[in-house]
Design a protein around this ligand. Structure first.
Ligand code: CDP
Length: 206
């Protein structure tokens, strides 16, 4: 079975998906990491991120591999582990531009659909577009300030700057970020990580 956990930037999707996956004894799959890795490669190669064709050609020549482990996903390019470089502010800033390209989205979707269930998939459009038949779907929200405060523990910038960047990324991501009609929406603002995980695992079909 597939559980989908979508939501806005820094709503806690990865930590929640990892916790739910561990509770179920299955891997979780972070779709955002593939968009981030595509962005990093494009930036490193000095490509114009608005140029979909050259980005895709580069990605086809430099295949990436998502390793979906329950304790944390990794992205590999050959023997190179890109994971530690994927959460920089530079990647944060470029990723929405890359994720707006329909063919880049198709490139990510193909890789996700090739994975063998069961797993917990997290991102923006797991429940709407990639796995529309998943039997259990969740969508996480929280106010921009709460999300910025959480992310400020992982970034060197001030909370205000992080909040502004999150609001901008939300705006750029709106096309692919709507909850599925059959998703349960959870406001994670007042909840601890453990409470969100329990809110999800307690609602899963047996
Ligand atoms: O953790 P955070 O929400 O900040 O980011 P992420 O899940 O790693 O996603 C990074 C970016 O990838 C998002 O801002 C979107 O632009 C894009 N993305 C997407 O378009 N569709 C997905 N399924 C997952 C991520």
């Amino acid at each position: 079975m597939i559980v989908t956990i979508d939501g806005v930037a820094a709503s806690g999707k990865s930590s929640v998906a990892s916790g739910v996956a561990r509770a179920l004894g299955v891997p979780y799959v972070s779709s955002g990491l593939l968009y981030r890795a595509a962005t990093l490669l494009g930036q490193d190669a000095g490509l114009d991120l608005t140029d979909q064709a050259s980005l895709l050609a580069y990605l086809r020549d430099h295949p990436l591999r998502l390793e979906p482990l329950a304790e944390g996903n990794r992205v590999w390019q050959g023997q190179r582990d890109l994971t530690p470089e994927l959460h920089s502010s530079a990647v944060d800033q470029g990723v929405s531009q890359v994720a707006a390209h329909p063919e880049v989205r198709a490139w990510v979707d193909d890789q996700l659909r090739a994975l063998t269930p069961p797993f917990v998939a997290e991102g923006r459009d797991m429940g709407t577009n990639v796995f529309p038949h998943a039997p259990a779907k969740f969508y996480l929200t929280a106010s921009p300030r709460v999300r910025a405060e959480r992310r400020s523990r992982e970034r060197p910038e001030a909370v205000e700057a992080i909040e502004a960047a999150l609001i901008q990324r939300d705006a750029l991501d709106t096309t692919q970020s709507a909850p599925a009609p059959d998703a349960r929406v959870i406001d994670t603002g007042p909840l601890t990580l453990e409470q969100v995980i329990v809110a999800i695992t307690s609602q899963l079909p047996s």
